[in-house]
Design a protein around this ligand. Structure first.
Ligand code: MN
Length: 130
C-alpha cells in the first residue's frame, strides 16, 4: 500500500482515480488545485503524486516544477494526468520534472500498471553514486 496524492480539479476524474487506487489498497489524499496540493505534498509526504496538468490558477507543470525545486518534496515522483496527446507534450511534461504521465480518459489497467511500475521503481531505486 502506498500513500498517493491526487491533484485533479475534475470531479469525475478524481472519483475514478480515487476508486481505482483504493481498489488496490492505496491510501488517497486529494486536492482540487495546485496550491492545496503543494501544501499536502509538503505536510503529508506522499509516496507518489498524480498531477493534473490543466488546473485552475497554477497549472500542473508549474506546480511540478515547484515540487522539484524544494528539498522536502523533490524526491516524490510525479505522474502527470493529461488529456493532451499532441507530440511535444511529453517533452514539456518531462522538462517540468514529471516522472511519467497517464493519458485521460483513464484506461483502468494501464492506469494501475503505470502506478505500480512507478512505485516498484521507487522501492528498488539504488542511490546514485555520482
Ligand atoms: Mn483539469
Amino acid at each position: 500500500m502506498a500513500k498517493i496524492l491526487v491533484i485533479e480539479d475534475n470531479p469525475a476524474n478524481m472519483a475514478l482515480a480515487t476508486f481505482l487506487l483504493q481498489s488496490v489498497g492505496h491510501a488517497v489524499l486529494s486536492a482540487t488545485d495546485a496550491e492545496a496540493g503543494l501544501t499536502l505534498a509538503r505536510d503529508q509526504q506522499p509516496d507518489l503524486i498524480l498531477m493534473d496538468i490543466q488546473l485552475p490558477g497554477m497549472d500542473g507543470l508549474k506546480a511540478t516544477a515547484l515540487l522539484k525545486q524544494e528539498d522536502s518534496t523533490r524526491a516524490i515522483p510525479v505522474i502527470a494526468l493529461t488529456a493532451l496527446a499532441m507530440s511535444g507534450d511529453e517533452e514539456r511534461i518531462r522538462a517540468a520534472g514529471c516522472d511519467g504521465y497517464i493519458a485521460k480518459p483513464f484506461a483502468y489497467r494501464e492506469f494501475l500498471a503505470t502506478i505500480a511500475a512507478q512505485l516498484a521503481r521507487e522501492v528498488h531505486a539504488v542511490p546514485n553514486e555520482s
